[in-house]
Ligand binder design. Structure first.
Ligand code: 8YV
Length: 323
């Protein structure tokens, strides 16, 4: 019988996904400390045929260069892969896969949820009720901003950006404008009530809400900086479920404090799990602990997608989500 390939999961997954992995491979799950320390990575690269990291793993450079490496594939649990040096991996003969598609809806739901929460004071209202700060209904109490019928600007019109547009347009009657690096077919955009604009600035100028759905990494670092925050309308809100460093957090704190923009709904931060201290004291932002894909169904599907990629790879086929 052929020897079973060994897989290391760096951060515990939902049970069904781990159990499925075990039906194909000899599996170990690293339970902690999290993220997996560099010395554990070093040993893992010698001992495992495949490693399945997540967004919290900032892979030590030795991953790509280690002599005597047994690992041939990294099956990333997540669609974003800015924590992996894809070029270095490729150059060293390491295959990398991700999990597109299965987390689109969960992430778009979360983006819409943050948009509603910050516009309508849902999160702040919850605090106030628990804290005994609600003294009774009044016509002028905690007035938020109407969402229905407003203009949503989307930066990055891939799967998740389009799913956000669908929710906002068909669910809330919003007009959609977006910016995307490549041209989106007019029929696709029109089907979502959306119009592609030539620049990020053009979107920022007209949007009542701006939602970020572009990939992270060097190309989009600080895409939303002080200058661009200034181009937003003072009543506009910024929603980020993409990656924390797409936004210059110092500039965002300044803008939220000065009223340059009205508020923000943030699911991701530049140095997770650290949150910029300036954000913590502000009541015009809603802060979530990177929950974009956090449903049991979605996290299970993400794990199953990693399994599918590893199974294809070890069968000698090309994995469906190779990067
Ligand atoms: C994932 C995400 O949960 O898939 C992504 O890129 O941002 C998240 O929603 C996380 O990355 C897990 O690795």
């Amino acid at each position: 019988m052929a020897p079973t390939n060994k897989v290391l999961i760096t951060t515990p997954w939902p049970t069904e996904a781990v159990d499925t992995m075990r039906t194909h491979f000899e599996v170990e799950v690293h339970e902690g400390p999290l993220p997996m320390p560099a010395e554990v990575w070093q040993a893992a690269l010698r001992d495992f045929d495949a490693i399945a990291p997540t967004v919290i793993d900032h892979l030590p450079p030795s991953v790509y260069a280690q002599a005597g490496r047994r690992t041939r594939i990294l099956g990333n649990f997540g669609v974003g892969f800015n924590h992996i040096d894809i070029d270095a991996a490729r150059n060293s003969g390491l295959v990398v896969t991700n999990t597109p598609g299965v987390l689109t809806d969960a992430t778009a739901d979360q983006s819409m949820g943050l948009l509603l929460a910050v516009a309508r004071g849902i999160s702040l209202g919850d605090w106030h009720v628990r804290d005994g700060q609600w003294t009774g209904w009044s016509p002028t109490d905690r007035l938020g901003t109407q969402v229905t019928g407003k203009t949503l600007g989307i930066i990055g019109f891939g799967r998740i950006g389009q799913a956000m547009a669908r929710r906002a347009h068909f669910g809330f009657g919003m007009q959609i404008v977006f910016h995307n690096r490549s041209r989106i077919e007019t029929a696709v955009a029109q089907g979502l009530g959306a119009q592609q604009l030539e620049s990020v600035e053009a979107v920022l100028k007209v949007a009542d809400f701006v939602s970020l759905h572009c990939p992270g990494g060097a190309e989009t670092r600080h895409l939303i900086n002080a200058d661009r925050l200034n181009q937003m309308q003072p009543h506009a809100f910024l929603i980020n479920t993409a990656r924390g460093d797409v936004v210059d957090e110092d500039a965002l704190v300044d803008a939220l404090q000065a009223g340059t923009i009205a508020g923000a709904g943030l699911d991701v931060f530049a140095e997770e799990p650290r949150v910029h201290p300036g954000l913590l004291g502000l009541t015009n932002c809603v802060l979530n602990p990177h929950l974009g894909s956090a449903t049991l169904e979605t996290r299970t599907a993400m794990g199953l997608k990693v399994v599918e990629n590893l199974v294809a790879f070890f069968k000698g086929d090309s994995p469906p989500d190779a990067l």
